[in-house]
Design a protein around this ligand. Sequence first.
Ligand code: UD1
Length: 374
Amino acid sequence: MAERVLVTGGAGFIGSHIVDALIERGHTVRVYDNLSPQVHGPEAKIPAYLSAEAEFIKGDVRDIDGLRRALDGIDVVFHEAAAVGVGQSMYQIREYTEVNTLGVANLLELLATGDHTVRKIIVASSMSIYGEGAYRHRDGHMVNPGLRPTAQLSAGQWDMLDPDDRSVLEAVPTPESKPLQPTSVYAVNKRDHEEMVLCVGSAYGIEAVALRYFNVYGPRQALSNPYTGVMAIFSARLLNGAAPIIFEDGLQTRDFVHVSDIVHANLLAMERDTGPTAVFNLGTGRATSILEISGRLADLLGVEAEPELTGQFRAGDIRSCVAEISHAHEVLGYEPQMPLEQGLTDLISWVQGQSAEDNVERAIEELRSRGLTS
Ligand code: UD1
């Protein structure tokens, strides 16, 4: 059945791909997006990739009246709008909390009035709310460690150590049940997103789903935004002939998931019966090191640039977090389809058609001046 769908942040990287998939399935789509200059450039133009078949409303989630208009006649909301720079969130604390936490508060307050037609809300949550992922001790017991102490990192000891006997722990897939330990203001905001949507949705009988995205990559990532993920950052540098700058020893791992798999899961979350509230990890279940990413991207772009291993580290960075995806598989039928190699080729064929300003060193200097990298 065709539904009327609102995608907040629908001009952004993930949101715009959700818009395309919805239109392809015959749904009626409205986008609400403020065209943030950090993402869309100083002129804040509607991006060329945004489907002309979607209704576009320029608006900010901090503007409750704009949101009220955007919600008119809507059945399903995908809330993708957010300020997403983890490092930046540690100094633009008010701005991040206003856009993220108060933004979702506005949306939910409108839903709480009852004067709406929304049956389901699906919110973009994040693996960042876990902090470190799950680990196993060599004797087999599970450990949920906090961040590695700064003194350990300053000494160049990058592995995750057991807090009791200091043995090296092995990273294992992280289930949804792992206790949440957000380590940045952005992550605290994302936890707010998730908890507020689930709590208000369940109180008012609106089905609520939180999707915990792992490290999403793919075409339309904002390459010139130095506060976005490592794939976009490395691509922008390589495109400008510069070597990637690698923190720690490059052996830290992440679960990189292609945007097409994330989009597919969002549609499943809309279509399937997920009960009153539900939370799902969305990744691939596979770990890849940052060094491997840097090497593969350089190869694909044909740039001979040895990565710069600085031995520095960023405040709040985790060593590893990989998704345990069996819950999404069982309830949604989610199965990641895009192998890393093919996904990277897809990313690169898009990157090659782009020009990107390399703002990375400026961003690192900004963190350094605030004591957030050393
Ligand atoms: C963080 C968030 C995640 C968010 C993502 C993109 C956490 C735990 N997770 O992920 O929710 O989606 O940012 O905003 O906060 N790196 C380099 N060189 C660089 C840039 C990064 O070596 O120039 C390394 C980092 O030190 C890190 C890894 O690459 O070890 C991944 O970094 P990044 O892409 O920023 O993502 P996360 O920190 O995993």
